[in-house]
Design a protein around this ligand. Structure first.
Ligand code: ADP
Length: 159
């Protein structure tokens, strides 16, 4: 069974992330979407909230597990018996960064391979940072995030 880890900040998870996750779940027997965090660095949403919002957004995808981890992605992958890292690509800017990251991860652990999936055009421009910016300026985030995420954020921010 090929286990893939889909690591990221997911702060918050967006429709672009879900698109990559769904495609990954069609290819691999199991995909673990793993929220990476640093206990010394506060993100936008607390880690537990990010995990809960992802769980609520992926209930219909059977072979997906949601988890969180601290430290090196390759160490987490080893621990979980995963041989693939799943990452999404939007633009050539993503490519430069992702290529370096993939080569670094492979240098650290040569049993790991990164598989890149290209997002659908309609999700190409969506990023967690744009969603945060729209939210704090009281704009409409609904087109960009799963319903569970929109419902939570709109209530939490009193929009
Ligand atoms: P990180 O902090 O590791 O970049 P992100 O949560 O921003 O984590 O992204 C996780 C992964 O999802 C990355 O591979 C990123 O390129 C990809 N990704 C982010 N937004 C999108 C999107 N709209 N479409 C496809 N892939 C995306």
């Amino acid at each position: 069974m090929t286990i893939a880890i889909y690591p990221g900040s997911f702060d918050p998870i967006t429709n672009g992330h879900i698109d990559i996750l769904k495609s990954g779940a069609e290819i691999f027997e199991k995909v673990i979407i793993a929220v990476s965090y640093n206990a010394n660095k506060q993100g936008f949403l607390p880690i537990d909230t990010r995990v809960k919002l992802i769980k609520d957004s992926v209930v219909d995808i059977k072979n997906v597990e949601v988890d969180a981890f601290e430290g090196l992605t390759v160490e987490y992958a080893k621990k979980r018996g995963a041989s693939v890292l799943l990452r999404g690509l939007r633009t050539s800017f993503d490519f430069e960064y992702e290529m370096q990251l993939s080569q670094t991860n492979h240098a650290l652990y040569n049993n790991i391979k990164t598989v890149f999936l290209i997002t659908k055009p309609e999700y190409n421009f969506i990023s967690s940072s744009c969603v945060r910016e729209i939210l704090i300026n009281k704009g409409d985030i609904k087109p960009f995030v799963p319903k569970a995420v929109a419902d939570y954020l709109i209530t939490a921010y009193g929009i």
